[in-house]
Design a protein around this ligand. Structure first.
Ligand code: HEM
Length: 370
């Protein structure tokens, strides 16, 4: 562990080893409440959110727990598993359109993002026609390169959009996640309209970018490792597919940035004292390649024995949408390589542009052909 200096002069502790990340993310004294002193904001856009109603993960503990509880039934594993046929249909439709279009195709804009956006739109009850605009605004607020002014403008637009969605559902509830949460919690006054707005905006943001860019990076990883792709295609059971997807999640760790926390009390992690009021950044990508836990960690191995990794975080803030994301990824990878057995890159690796400004790893475009 060592202190690092971030963009605003803050000096949080950087935590990189598996055991230390496990301890940090599992310790309730290290909080995601972004109003706490020492909280390590990773960009001006992240700091800009502080002046408006915050999405629930960043709230003080009692409010956080109350709002998260409202979403627990919505993300129940059985409910997510029941979405599998619908997700399969979405993947097939998007793939049909890509196959009917020109070659080479950009896998990100023709397949990966449309799938993840349609899935989250259908879940929340957001119109699919609005997805592209909401995606562009999401990238603006996710970018470390966005100035505070630019981020504020994008946040305003997103807030306006999701506030209108809440108000529409107050007038006429829909049978969607937004409709149910509005009817059960906003209507009786348990959840305010601004808090609901922030919640749905966060679900759209967190619920499409990581999945979409993960598909792009996972496909790239497999295309660059033909032996692993052959093994992936030969997987015979749902458990084997699920383990292979976990390995792709570990290997890529698409949400790669350090998980931000602030110490509410003195805490010792890995022998290092972190004082109350200091921040930490717990690095999931580094921990996911810790050689003391994952032998030959830089090797992609779709047969690797599954072992807990930090692709979806750990502890109380473990990703709310992980079951949905896993279903989505299993269906997507399996269908793509089954339906296009000769899928290949249409550009050398050196020409692929990667996102360098976001909390997400991803390719801007991924030219593929078949
Ligand atoms: C491959 C896809 C995904 C990845 C890699 C991913 C990754 C993560 C990670 C690492 C965290 C922990 C943040 C922290 O500890 O600071 C997280 C939290 C969260 N994710 Fe995901 N996520 C994915 C998909 C989704 C989806 C599909 C949704 C919703 C539909 C979602 C909603 C959330 C929410 C609401 C949280 C906050 C949880 C809390 O603070 O209690 N994510 N995600």
């Amino acid at each position: 562990m060592c202190p690092v200096r971030t963009w605003d002069g803050n000096t949080p502790w950087l935590i990189t080893r598996y055991e230390d990340v496990l301890a940090a993310l599992g310790d309730p004294r290290l909080s995601l409440d972004s109003s706490l002193p020492g909280f390590p904001h990773t960009s001006p856009a992240s700091a800009a959110r502080q002046s408006r109603p915050l999405p629930f993960p960043f709230l003080p503990e009692a409010e956080y727990r109350a709002q998260r509880a409202m979403l627990v039934p919505e993300f129940a594993p059985r409910r997510m598993e029941a979405l599998r046929p619908r997700i399969q249909q979405t993947v097939d439709e998007v793939l049909d359109a890509m196959l009917a279009g020109p070659r080479p195709a950009d896998l990100i804009s023709a397949f990966a993002l449309p799938v993840s956006m349609r899935v989250i739109c259908d879940l929340l009850g957001v119109s699919r026609e609005d997805a592209d605009r909401l995606h562009v605004l999401s990238r603006t607020i996710g970018s470390r390169a966005s100035s505070r002014e630019v981020a504020e403008k994008a946040l305003d637009e997103l807030d306006t959009y999701f506030r209108r969605l809440v108000e529409e559902n107050l007038r006429e509830p829909t049978d969607t996640l937004v409709g149910r949460v509005v009817a059960e919690h906003v209507q009786p006054g348990r959840l305010s309209v601004p808090d609901a707005t922030a919640m749905f905006h966060a679900l759209f943001y967190a619920g499409h970018g990581p999945s979409g860019y993960m598909v792009g990076m996972g496909v790239l990883a497999l295309l660059l490792h033909p032996d692993q792709l052959d093994r992936f295609r030969a997987l015979e059971t749902p458990d084997a597919l699920s383990a292979a997807v976990q390995e792709l999640l570990r290997y890529v760790t698409v949400s790669h940035m350090g998980r931000q926390r602030a110490a509410t009390e003195d805490v010792t992690i890995g022998g290092q004292l972190i004082r109350a009021g200091e921040g930490v950044l717990a690095q999931p990508d580094s921990a996911n390649r810790d050689e003391t836990v994952f032998p030959e960690p830089d090797r992609l191995d779709v047969h690797r024995e599954p072992y807990r990794n930090f692709a979806f975080g750990h502890g109380i803030h473990l990703c709310t949408g992980r079951t949905l994301a896993i279903v989505e990824l299993e269906v997507t990878f399996h269908t793509l390589f089954r339906r296009i057995p000769n899928l290949r890159l249409a550009a050398p690796l050196e020409q692929i542009r990667f996102k360098k400004d976001e909390n997400l790893i991803g390719a801007h475009e991924l030219p593929v052909t078949w």
